[in-house]
Unconditional design. Sequence first.
Length: 196
Amino acid sequence: MALGFLNNVLVTRLDWVANWARKNSLWPMPFATACCGIELMATAASRHDIARFGAEAMRFSPRQCDLLLVAGRVVMKMVPVLQRIWQQMPEPKWCIAMGACAASGGVFDAYATVQGFDRFVPVDVYIPGCPPRPEQVLQAVIDLQAKIQRTGTLMGNEFPSQSRPTGPVTLGLEVLPDDLVVAPGDFSSGTRLREG
């Protein structure tokens, strides 16, 4: 009696199946400000329908999400909040920087605007444009799905292990020496951070 192949058996790698499930069930955490947020809403609407790619379950709790969608400009006051959201998201997690403002600060070259969100959170896909079209957002999701499919393991071996939880890093203010004052005049009575 010869052994024959069964018609209903599939043999594959377990990592491939896990990555296939991850890429087709993205749960985005939208962080939308200004005009990019409107385009992100249009992406979820019926004309573009991000649900075709398995990313329609937008959640507003970081513990339920695996994709951070940063759409629009980010100011320095938001950075600790976004870092905390990023750290509360379970592994594996990904990030998309949507628009010129999230990617590089855009036209807002000011002291309060973050000039590139990737300084604080690792970004996987950048979407150019001001604001980017919904088709570009869908293409970014497709690109991210391709990245998820070719990387990652079931046991999470690609992630560094942490011995203890780490919190958000605060933005330290640098105290300049007294001889580096550029503007002319006497600033001894001004409010300034001084050592000791």
